[in-house]
Structures are given as structure tokens and as C-alpha cells.
Design a protein around this ligand. Structure first.
Ligand code: B12
Length: 249
């Protein structure tokens, strides 16, 4: 029995694909009881408990990275699976996201003060005409959790907003989100604007959002497509490496 916390073990039963069961149980197996409790309280969206447990764990000598990996991200992984499989919906995800934020409030200052080299710099925004930001914000949270410095330029972001932010922060990755079929073409317009400014080789561009597909991303000339927040982290890591290789060759 890999998971000792009763509530978390119950939540884990919602993970049905064998591959995901293996992956998630390996991540949780052997973690401290307080980490399993933290993961559980995050899944059920109990932000006051996550806040309390985070402080208690830090006081007991657990590291910020342990809290993030063994507690918060394990909880978020199950939230992501449940959301994708329609077992929970946007309100529950938002409540879990609020609980994650309560934990991150104690962890972020430690991680940023540790001097650990950031995984990279990412600009994230929702494209022009589009006000949906829940998915973008989830991606930002996961990216920050994975050590990226993320500059959030918000919703209804024009091509110039993306370009100005990428230049100002010397970002390696630009991430665009769109939830409306009518605003998806603004991804292509933004990529074209980077080309027009002669900046296309300076950044790698990833796109995502419910109606966006790999085919659409290819058509628009994006460098990567991400299906969810975990994927956003994987793609951002790949793109940072790719850009470093391109620049060194
Ligand atoms: C919540 C919501 C709203 C809220 C937005 C609140 C907010 N702060 O975001 C409000 C009420 C404001 C709203 C408004 C509208 N909405 Co709305 N909305 C939704 C709803 C219910 C959920 C979207 C959501 O948050 N999903 C949850 C998140 C977590 O998923 P996600 O965004 O896809 O993000 C994940 C991935 O896609 C990926 N991802 C996202 N971005 C990125 C970026 C990168 C770089 C990467 C790698 C990955 C990635 O990771 C995320 C996490 O896993 C959807 C229906 C649905 N079920 O999708 C309709 C929906 C998107 N809305 C729709 C419409 C039509 C509208 C309105 C036009 C309605 C109106 N007549 O006013 C307006 C448009 C306003 C505007 N200009 O943007 C339609 C779009 C239809 C279409 N084909 O274009 C939908 C599909 C509803 C429907 N079935 O008709 N909406």
C-alpha cells in the first residue's frame, strides 16, 4: 500500500489509467505523513489547512522543495487528472488553486532567496480579445512551482504586449493562451509580429487553451503546443534547452 493517508488514498482511486497510477503512486510512495496530508488538503481545497501544514512542515525542517514536490504538486497532479476526467469542474479547480497559492505563499520567498538558478524566463498571456485566464493562471502556477520566472501580462494581450514583455525581461519562452475560436488566430498574428520585428529567433513560442490543437500550433508556426499545465512545464523546459542549443550552434 503505497499511500498511507486515508483521504489521499481515496483520492488516488480516481486515477484510473495504469501509467498515471504508476507515475503518481511512485511520486507519493514513501513521502512523509505531513506531505500526504498537505496533498490531500490541497485536493479538497482546504486553503487554511494547507497554509497551516506548510508552516508546520517548514518549522519541522522540511525543505521548500520537499513541500513543493512531495506535498503540493502531488496534490495538484491528482486535481489535474480529476479535472481532465470530468470528475471535478472549474469551481473545484479554482478552490484547489487557492489552496496551492496558500502553500506557495510560504515557499516562493524561500525558493527565490535560495539563489537557485531559475529554470528560465517565461512570458504568459491570454491573446487579444480573450478574457479567459483560469487555464493560463494554472499554467503560471505550475511553471513557477517548477522554478521558472514567469511574467504574467494578463488577458486581452496584443502582439505588442507580448513583444514588449519578452524584450523587457529577456524571456526565453513566450506562452499564449486562447479559449475562443475567434481569438485563436491572434496567436498567429502575434507570431507574425515577432517575425516582423526580427525577434523570432530570440524566443521560443508555446501555445495552449482548450480549442488549440497540435495541428493548429503547427499551422501558426508555434514551437510547441501544451495540452495542460503539466505539459506547459514540460514544453517550457524543452524550449529553453532548444533555444540554448540554437544560440550555441
Ligand atoms: C470560465 C469560462 C468563462 C469565464 C472566464 C473567467 C476567467 N477568469 O477565465 C467568463 C464568464 C468570463 C467567460 C466569458 C466568455 N466565454 Co467562456 N467559458 C468558460 C468555461 C466555462 C471554462 C474555461 C476554463 O477556465 N476552463 C478551465 C481551464 C483550466 O482550462 P483551459 O483554459 O483549457 O486551460 C488548460 C489547458 O487548455 C492548458 N492551457 C491553457 N492555456 C495555455 C497556454 C499555454 C502556453 C499552454 C502550454 C497550455 C495552456 O492548460 C490549462 C490547465 O490544464 C468554458 C467552457 C469550458 N468548459 O471550457 C467557456 C467557453 C470557453 N466560453 C465561451 C464563450 C462563447 C464565452 C463568451 C463569448 C460568452 C459571451 N457570450 O459573453 C465570453 C467571452 C469573453 C471574452 N472576450 O473572452 C465558449 C467558447 C466557444 C468557442 N468555440 O469559441 C466556451 C467553450 C463555452 C461554450 N461551450 O460555449 N467564459
Amino acid at each position: 500500500m503505497p499511500i498511507t493517508h486515508e483521504g489521499l488514498a481515496r483520492e488516488f482511486e480516481f486515477v484510473s489509467s495504469p501509467g498515471e497510477r504508476k507515475h503518481i503512486s511512485e511520486a507519493i510512495d514513501g513521502t512523509a505523513p505531513i506531505m500526504q496530508e498537505m496533498a490531500y488538503e490541497l485536493i479538497v481545497g482546504n486553503n487554511t489547512e494547507v497554509d497551516r501544514l506548510t508552516q508546520e512542515a517548514l518549522a519541522n525542517g522540511f525543505t521548500a522543495n520537499q513541500l513543493l514536490d512531495d506535498g503540493l504538486l502531488n496534490g495538484m497532479a491528482i486535481v489535474g487528472v480529476k479535472f481532465r476526467d470530468n470528475l471535478i469542474f472549474v469551481p473545484e479547480v479554482l478552490v484547489a488553486a487557492r489552496a496551492m497559492k496558500a502553500g506557495m505563499a510560504h515557499i516562493e520567498p524561500i525558493l527565490s532567496a535560495s539563489g537557485a538558478k531559475p529554470a528560465g524566463t517565461v512570458i504568459m498571456g491570454t491573446v487579444k480579445g480573450d478574457l479567459h485566464d483560469i487555464g493560463k493562471n494554472l499554467c503560471i502556477m505550475m511553471l513557477r512551482g517548477a522554478g521558472f520566472v514567469v511574467h504574467d501580462i494578463g488577458v486581452d494581450s496584443s502582439p505588442d504586449d507580448f513583444i514588449d514583455a519578452a524584450e523587457e525581461h529577456s524571456a526565453e519562452v513566450v506562452g499564449m493562451s486562447a479559449l475562443l475560436t475567434t481569438t485563436m488566430p491572434n496567436m498567429g498574428r502575434t507570431i507574425a509580429a515577432f517575425e516582423d520585428m526580427g525577434l523570432r529567433d530570440e524566443v521560443r513560442i508555446m501555445v495552449g487553451g482548450a480549442p488549440v490543437t497540435q495541428d493548429f500550433a503547427d499551422e501558426m508556426g508555434a514551437d510547441a503546443y501544451g495540452d495542460n499545465a503539466v505539459d506547459a512545464v514540460d514544453k517550457a523546459k524543452e524550449l529553453v534547452l532548444l533555444l540554448a542549443e540554437l544560440k550555441s550552434s
